[in-house]
Ligand binder design. Structure first.
Ligand SMILES: C[S@@+](CC[C@H](N)C(=O)[O-])C[C@H]1O[C@@H](n2cnc3c(N)ncnc32)[C@H](O)[C@@H]1O
Length: 256
């Protein structure tokens, strides 16, 4: 199991759960979720996507290993009691062992790079397959189109002004032993060009190439149905670096 890496969960939504930021993901996930009625999100984080889907009437079961992320998720959920009957939030990581009901859609958004070994990926796919209906779909994003060959220099991930302070997040990536890399996120609170608080958080990740994922899916009884250059169905072109893969169960686990 990977280290937490989300101690700064309270900053996460400043960058990623703004009103326009879930739209691309929902373009693909919402229609699949509406058809599915009941959905599994693995690594649901602060509930960014799960809450949006639940607002549309879908039942969402969420698995989230980070205490910090679940804390933010629950704080948001507390403001929306009308969603209580539709959201289940389970602590945990790869194994949704308590999940009884089957789902028509399972998805992992921004999660696969936390799985460091083939065994972890296989175990997670096996669990998903166990709960996915034969005509269900599995969506996985952040799949690498090609191996990274150079480190990512420090980049501003986002800046938000709240009152007199600017909340600034930067990040960079070092290649350790490819495909293993080290991410550093730096969280700064800035007032009039003076940094008044600075924290860094480091986590280890793994790049999963399309071919590796496709092999793992095949081992676990899935077939790739489509591969996109983004959630809005962008085609995969030369410049595409990150892919969204849609798979379905086949063989004894799939629809006849
Ligand atoms: C980048 S966040 C994405 C959160 C959410 N899916 C979203 O799109 O906003 C990745 C999440 O995956 C979770 N995670 C890490 N390792 C995991 C694992 N082995 N199984 C399930 N979730 C995991 C992290 O705790 C974190 O909340």
């Amino acid at each position: 199991m990977n280290m937490d890496g989300y101690r700064f969960a309270h900053w996460y939504d400043l960058l990623w759960d703004r009103s326009d930021s879930v739209q691309p993901e929902l373009a693909l996930l919402e229609p699949l979720a509406q058809d599915a009625h009941h959905v599994l999100e693995v690594g649901a984080g602060t509930g960014r996507l799960a809450l949006a889907l639940a607002e549309g009437g879908v039942k969402v079961t969420c698995i989230e290993p980070s205490d910090a992320m679940r804390t933010v998720f629950l704080a948001k959920l507390a403001q929306r009691p009308h969603l209580f009957p539709r959201i289940t939030l389970m602590p945990g990581s790869t194994a949704p062992t308590d999940l009884i009901e089957s789902v028509g859609l399972a998805y992992m958004a921004g999660v696969i790079h936390h799985l460091l070994t083939t065994e972890e990926l296989d175990a997670l796919l096996a669990e998903v397959q166990r709960v996915l209906l034969p005509d269900g779909r599995l969506v996985i994003d952040s799949v690498a189109a090609r191996p990274a060959t150079s480190p990512l220099p420090q980049t501003v991930a986002g800046t938000v002004r709240i009152g007199a302070f600017e909340y600034r997040t930067t990040m960079w990536q070092e290649l350790l032993a490819p495909p293993i890399h080290r991410w550093t996120f730096c969280y700064e609170i800035v007032r009039e060009k003076t940094v008044i608080e600075r924290n860094e958080e480091v986590s280890i990740g793994r790049e999963w190439l399309r071919e590796e994922l496709e092999r793992a899916l095949e081992r676990r009884g899935f077939a790739v149905e489509s591969v996109h250059g983004g959630y809005e169905g962008q085609p995969v072109v030369e410049e595409t670096s990150s892919l969204v893969v849609v798979a379905r169960p086949v063989g004894e686990h799939g629809a006849p």
